[in-house]
Each structure stands twice: as C-alpha cells, then as structure tokens.
Design a protein around this ligand. Structure first.
Ligand code: SAH
Length: 352
C-alpha cells in the first residue's frame, strides 16, 4: 500500500495497525505530508471551523523532584535558577489573563512537594472563585488518586500528563529507575476515572525513539481516548545528560499532528511552543497540520527565562499581552481566528 492509501484508510477507519503507522513514518514524502495536512485541516474545520482556542500558561514552579534525562528543570541540574510563585502571584497572572481574553488557565510546573494538596486546593479554589467562567488545567505530574480527586473537587477541570513514550524500553532510556511507565499510565487512568478532561502526549524525536515507538504512541493514544494531545519536538538542553542529542524534526512533528487529527478527530491539539522554537513558522505550520489550540505564556516576566525545559525557548522576554496579540496576528495571517471561550473539546460538550 502507498502512504496516500494508508492516509485514506486512517481517515475512513480512524485506526491503523502498528506496521501501517511505521510504514507511513518511514516512507512519507513532502507530497504525502501536504496531502495529510489538507485532510487534517478539513477534519479540524468540520468540528472547529477556523477557531483557535487559547490557554494562558502559568509556569508556577520550576522545582522538581524528578530527574528525567531530557528535561532542563530536572533535579540534578544545579545550574537552574529555581523559583516558586505564591498564590497571590498566580492570582495576579489569572487576572491579567482574564483581561486579555483567556478563559482557560494552565498551571504547569515541576513535581514540587512544596505545593501540598492543601496549598494547591486553596490556589485552585481561589482562581476559580475569582474567575468562575474559566477552566483550570493542571499539569503538575504524577500524584496520588486522592490528590487528583481533591484538586478536581476543588474545581480543576482538566489535567495534562504526557505519557512521554508508550514503549517501556524507550521509557527506561528517558527516565531514571524511580519512575515507571506503568505508574504514569495508571495516573492517566485515574484522572479519567475521576472525571477530568485528560490530555496526554509525547515528544517527537526524543533520544533513541524509533518509528515503532511512535507507532505505539499513536496506538496507545487511540486506546486512551484523551480529550487533548500535546506533542512537540524534543529539543536538547545543555545541562542535561542528553545535551548532545539531535533535536526533533519539524516535518515529523507535523506528520504526527496530522495523523492524530485523522485518528482522534475531535481532540484538542495544541501547536506547541517547542514547535515554534525549532522553526519560526512552527506554530502556524502546526495549525495548518490540524492543530486547534495555542498556549501563550502568562507567567510573570521575572521568571520566564527560568522555566527552561529545553534550550532557545521563544518568548522568554515578552509580556503576557505581547504574547497574546503576537499569537493573534500569527493565527490571522494564516486565516484562523482566536476565540475567547473556555474551548472545551466537542466530545466533552456533547456528553455534558
Ligand atoms: N512536571 C509535569 C510537567 C512537565 S513539562 C509533568 O510531569 O507532566 C511539560 C512537558 O515538556 C513534558 O511532559 C515533556 O514532554 C516536555 N519536555 C520536557 N523536556 C523537554 C525537552 N528537552 N524538549 C522538548 N520537550 C520537553
């Protein structure tokens, strides 16, 4: 079968076998990618028109107990200058974001035990009280079922936890022994069971990743049926064990976004900052491959250049308003329109 035939099959059946995904990944040409992008845009427009959802990203701590080999805020990176935002600082970010039209806040951070369940509960409740019409997304790693439940009951709506890689041997190459794929998948299941809108995802081009690993990522996501999938290229960070590894490729990332759009149809797919970091037109290209979400940075200017998961991260010198309106210009330049709503997934709205 040709790549085009397999893309058509994916569009019709919304799943392929592992070997079929591998065949696409190993053999696609520029023309095949263009063909996929056109199909993916048709599907995304069917459900979401030309609308782009925005999320205000508040990176509230870069302390982390984990030591992931690829990540710039890993515990062992003694060169990282660490910071934490107070509840009041987070609230201030949310107020600024509200004025700028954000109706979703993503609170992201390293795994930082300083933020106990009590403290996070208070933060979530306070943001929700200040902005009851907004959704709160948490992205703070692996926690217990009870912790996830308490934060959900406090008002958190969504949770982002990338599985990072669905292949156990590959997972072992990216993480120390203290972490496990089994636990990460269990966390994702717990989050779903509790009732969160769940996002997962993976890096494209992470060290030692094979086409078979990527195929497994797609098949795992099909079985998980998440509301959101965040993917972006791996980018090396100079203070990590993987500092000399080659960064992920733009075209392969776009291919993955397109395949995800055909496979999961209504999913919320962000065009990520990492994509914008490896190519000046990366985020626009992500949208033109089927993505429908962007996440401008709302973190206070004083800490932006400290939340560095990878090198050369863009927008670290900008103010929240600059990022918001820069993004609007970028989206309009390719015929898309930012909408100032919560931006829930279609499947979630239908089942609500
Ligand atoms: N501590 C949270 C948030 C992690 S940061 C958690 O465990 O979920 C968000 C994402 O950034 C990670 O899931 C990872 O996929 C990505 N990331 C980390 N280091 C990266 C790198 N060097 N290049 C590209 N993406 C990276």
């Amino acid at each position: 079968m040709s790549v085009v035939a397999l893309i058509n099959k994916l569009e019709a059946t919304q799943i392929l076998s592992k070997d079929e995904f591998i065949y696409i990944i190993d053999n696609y040409t520029d023309e095949d990618l263009t063909y996929l992008q056109e199909k993916a845009v048709v599907v995304r427009k069917w459900y979401y028109d030309n609308h782009i959802y925005i999320r205000g990203l508040i990176e509230f701590t870069n302390y982390c107990v984990n030591d992931c080999y690829y990540c710039g805020i890993r515990r062992s990176n003694t060169n990282a200058s660490r910071y934490r935002l107070t509840k009041d600082e987070i609230l201030e970010c949310s107020d600024i974001g509200y004025e700028l039209g954000f109706r979703t806040y993503v609170l992201q951070g390293g795994e930082d035990p300083y933020y106990t369940d009590d403290l996070l509960e208070d933060i979530v409740k306070s943001v929700k009280e200040a902005h009851p019409d907004c959704a709160i997304t948490l992205s703070i790693g692996e926690r217990s079922f009870e912790s996830y439940k308490r934060l959900f009951d406090a008002g958190a709506d969504r949770y982002l936890l990338r599985h990072e890689t669905a292949n156990d041997a590959h997972y072992r190459k990216l993480h120390p022994d203290s972490m496990s794929l089994t636990n990460r998948k269990q966390c994702l299941q717990n989050l779903k069971d509790i009732g969160y809108q769940v996002g997962s995802g993976f890096m494209v081009g992470s060290p030692y990743q094979t086409s078979a690993d990527l195929a497994e990522d797609l098949i795992y996501l099909k079985s998980l049926q998440p509301d959101m999938v965040g993917i972006g290229p791996f980018i090396s960070h100079a203070d990590t064990p993987y500092k000399d590894e080659v960064s992920g490729m733009m075209n392969l990332t776009l291919l993955m976004i397109g395949l995800l759009r055909l496979m999961l149809r209504t999913a919320l797919l962000p065009s990520t900052t990492a994509l914008g970091t490896i190519d000046p037109q990366g985020r626009e290209q992500g949208i033109l491959s089927g993505a429908n979400v962007v996440m401008p940075n709302l973190s206070p200017q004083g800490v932006r250049d400290k939340y560095l998961l990878y090198d050369n991260k863009i927008c670290t010198g900008d103010e929240a308003a600059e990022c918001r309106f820069c993004m609007q210009g970028r989206m309009e330049s390719i015929g898309y329109q930012i909408v100032e709503t919560r931006g829930d997934a279609i499947s979630t709205i239908e089942s609500a």
